[in-house]
Write a protein that binds this ligand. Structure first.
Ligand SMILES: CC(C)(COP(=O)(O)OP(=O)(O)OC[C@H]1O[C@@H](n2cnc3c(N)ncnc32)[C@H](O)[C@@H]1OP(=O)(O)O)[C@@H](O)C(=O)NCCC(=O)NCCS
Length: 157
């Protein structure tokens, strides 16, 4: 069944919180509640996308645009739907929407050891522009460095 993407709305908050919990299921991950999704989706410049496999929500992504800069706030695909191009579709959709809203650059932060996400971002033209040592708390596993990545939008590409 093919993947599609639709806009994530504040009334999707419960679906969003459930997807988030499935995507970020490690014990040290902080849960994003339904209320937080409502707050984010109602805040200026913020918008989201929902990945659908048929009628089934399988992933989500959120971004925020402020002036000419955008930020990917989160992106995730549930484990059972990974490696089918879902995140690629979500990231392309977000990037396009960010550009339409006037963004010339898009940033994100990723854990240095999250190789799946890093490959995804590199395939979308993101490059590493900064490091924050010991940024993400992994509970009993200590801390891991956050990499700041940026993609510049050029011309019509
Ligand atoms: C990272 C994540 C969003 C990728 O979702 P996905 O739908 O599986 O990604 P796609 O199928 O679109 O894959 C696109 C590319 O990303 C890379 N990639 C994805 N998963 C990978 C993995 N497990 N190992 C290595 N590369 C991987 C590959 O380059 C892949 O292209 P390919 O399949 O042609 O080789 C998903 O693994 C996830 O939700 N992880 C948990 C949440 C998370 O870490 N989010 C990012 C926070 S910064």
């Amino acid at each position: 069944m093919s993947n599609t993407v639709r806009t994530l709305r504040p009334h999707d908050r419960n679906v969003a919180a459930s997807l988030y919990a499935q995507c970020f299921d490690a014990p040290w991950e902080r849960t994003w509640t339904a209320a937080e999704f409502t707050r984010l989706l109602e805040s200026p410049g913020c918008f989201g996308a929902l990945l659908m496999t048929g009628d089934q929500p399988d992933g989500l992504a959120l971004a925020r645009v402020a002036a000419d800069e955008a930020e990917v706030l989160t992106i995730g695909v549930v484990p059972t739907a990974r490696r089918r191009g879902g995140a690629t579709l979500l990231l392309s959709t977000l990037s396009r929407r960010c550009r339409r809203r006037g963004a010339r650059h898009i940033f994100l932060e990723v854990a240095e050891d999250n190789l799946a996400a890093r490959h995804l971002y590199e395939a979308h033209g993101f490059v590493i522009v900064g490091r924050r040592n010991n940024y993400f708390d992994r509970g009993p596993h200590g801390h891991v460095t956050a990499l700041t990545m940026r993609r510049d939008f050029h011309g019509n590409r």
